[in-house]
Design a protein around this ligand. Structure first.
Ligand SMILES: N[C@@H](CCC(=O)N[C@@H](CS)C(=O)NCC(=O)O)C(=O)O
Length: 212
């Protein structure tokens, strides 16, 4: 059985949890608490598995995969049905494009270690960290809202894709930081539909064994 090193509130781990559940793949969650004991991601035993000291890490037999997009692409190649990356070459590129708007150009700027660095090295208080977070999140979500279509149940292609697996966890994260979402009616409608699916319900932060 595969194993996933995960933290219940990690949006990157949430992406991979959705992909695993959507594909109906059994997996065991190994919780890594990102705040407790100085952050368990920095402990030597975990750093030996994932030298980037981030979650998630997906283990499949001898295979060890860090980076949520790489892990989802791996799952897609090993277990293509039901797909998360589908259609012709252009559609597949667009799915990756929308996924990367979140995973490459939004989330890395608002990640825990970035916010911690702003506070520790530049004296940013909570208000400053929030303003930083809101700035970068707005750019990412504005972009996805422009791509989404009214009445669509998913971000692209009329079916669940890797892009939805990236977008929905970021909206969860946005609420934690009191980011107003009224400007994103299309994304909210897609999110509502996704959250009605069993894969999202099982992958949701609150449904995790390490949720507090
Ligand atoms: N690009 C990575 C990002 C992984 C990442 O930043 N994970 C966060 C949680 S969402 C983390 O482990 N943060 C710990 C820290 O910042 O120390 C991926 O997609 O897997």
């Amino acid at each position: 059985m595969m194993q996933l090193y995960s933290y219940w509130r990690s949006s990157a781990a949430y992406r991979v949890r959705v992909a695993l559940h959507w594909k109906g793949l059994p997996f065991e969650v190994i919780p890594i608490h990102l705040l407790k004991d100085g952050g368990q991601q920095h402990h030597a035993d975990y750093a030996a598995i994932n030298p980037q000291e981030l979650v998630p890490t997906l283990i499949d037999g001898e295979g060890v995969m860090a980076q949520s997009l790489a892990a989802m692409e791996y799952l897609e190649e090993m277990h293509p049905n039901p797909p998360l990356i589908f259609g012709d070459a252009l559609m597949r590129a667009k799915i990756r494009q929308l996924s990367m708007v979140i995973a490459c150009d939004t989330h890395p700027l608002v990640n825990l270690r970035v916010l911690q660095h702003l506070a520790l090295s530049y004296g940013a208080d909570d208000a400053m960290k929030n303003a930083w977070y809101h700035h970068w999140l707005k750019l990412g979500l504005d972009n996805l809202e422009r791509h989404a279509e009214y009445g669509s149940r998913f971000l692209i292609g009329g079916q669940l894709s890797m892009a939805d697996c990236c977008m929905v966890p970021q909206l969860y994260n946005a609420r934690r930081f009191q980011f107003p979402l009224d400007a994103y009616p299309k994304l909210l409608a897609i999110e509502a539909h996704c959250l009605s699916l069993e894969a999202f319900q099982k992958a949701a932060p609150e449904a995790q064994m390490d949720a507090v």
